[in-house]
Design a protein around this ligand. Structure first.
Ligand SMILES: Nc1ncnc2c1ncn2[C@@H]1O[C@H](COP(=O)(O)OP(=O)(O)OP(=O)(O)O)[C@@H](O)[C@H]1O
Ligand SMILES: [Mg+2]
Length: 233
């Protein structure tokens, strides 16, 4: 009898130790996400300070676009440390915040260029959320920079929809002026479009399609890996 109760006590102590250790790791991971986000914000502030030394608009734009890319990644870390299971973020909320951030950065008024959303409740782990965020960043930036010259008004629509199996479809579309005729998005782009094909094709291992008629539409279909597909928050 005494041996039996000794066994139970030992097992309970081991279990408690395990729970404490797990909780400590959770706190550490949350702290790590928080600090990473803070460090990224420090880099952004430094870029903003350096950019003040230049009058040239082209140079200022380079700084501002770098800043946007870092903020895109920082936002993933911010969402992660606020998430419950520390592994996935809700893309619905993330994409809306990201688009709002970019609209502000390009000083685009929502009355002139109106963002519209059709986003399913989809959760991505960090390894998908970051490339997906950077991809949205490039596509929205392109729409804001090229689709609505002068005072042209229009809409940018962002969709993230669940498809068959584990597949998801991301779509960014605008009703702006469209790309130059005969433009080949795959080979004719600069850093921006090259980044889209690299992120979509390699990192997300997806299929990328562009269409330019009444504005530009980009569709990327990729797989939300099963181990990352857990609902949380
Ligand atoms: N949504 C869009 N509407 C109209 N034209 C577009 C759109 N997206 C891309 N383009 C055209 O495709 C070109 C290439 O885009 P890309 O993103 O590669 O380069 P960029 O935006 O000019 O510079 P960066 O490398 O800084 O992104 C643009 O210069 C523009 O002419
Ligand atoms: Mg671009």
């Amino acid at each position: 009898m005494a041996v039996f109760s000794h066994d139970i006590t030992e097992r309970k102590t081991a279990e408690e130790r395990l729970i404490t250790s797990l909780k400590e790791k959770e706190v550490l991971l949350r702290e790590l996400y928080h600090r990473t986000k803070n460090n990224m914000q420090v880099i952004c502030s430094m870029l903003e300070l350096y950019s003040m030394d230049f009058d040239d608009e082209t140079v200022k734009n380079v700084f501002s676009e770098l800043n946007n890319k870092i903020r895109t990644m920082a936002l993933v870390h911010q969402k992660l440390y606020k998430s419950q299971n520390l592994s996935c973020i809700g893309m619905k909320e993330y994409i809306r915040e990201l688009v709002e951030l970019l609209m502000k950065s390009y000083r685009a008024s929502p009355q002139r260029i109106t963002p519209e959303y059709d986003l399913d409740d989809i959760f991505f782990a960090i390894d998908l959320a970051i490339p997906c965020g950077l991809l949205v960043n490039e596509l929205i930036s392109n729409a804001l920079k090229h689709a609505f010259p002068g005072s042209r008004q229009g809409r940018i629509t962002v969709r993230l929809k669940k498809k068959e199996g584990e597949y998801v479809e991301l779509q960014v579309a605008d009703d702006g002026i469209g790309a130059p005729s005969e433009f080949d998005f795959k080979s004719g782009g600069k850093m921006g479009l090259q980044t889209v094909f690299a992120l979509g094709g390699h990192q997300l291992q997806g299929k990328i399609e562009f269409e330019s008629s009444a504005g530009v539409t980009c569709r990327v279909i990729f797989k939300n890996k099963p181990f990352t597909n857990q609902t949380n928050i």
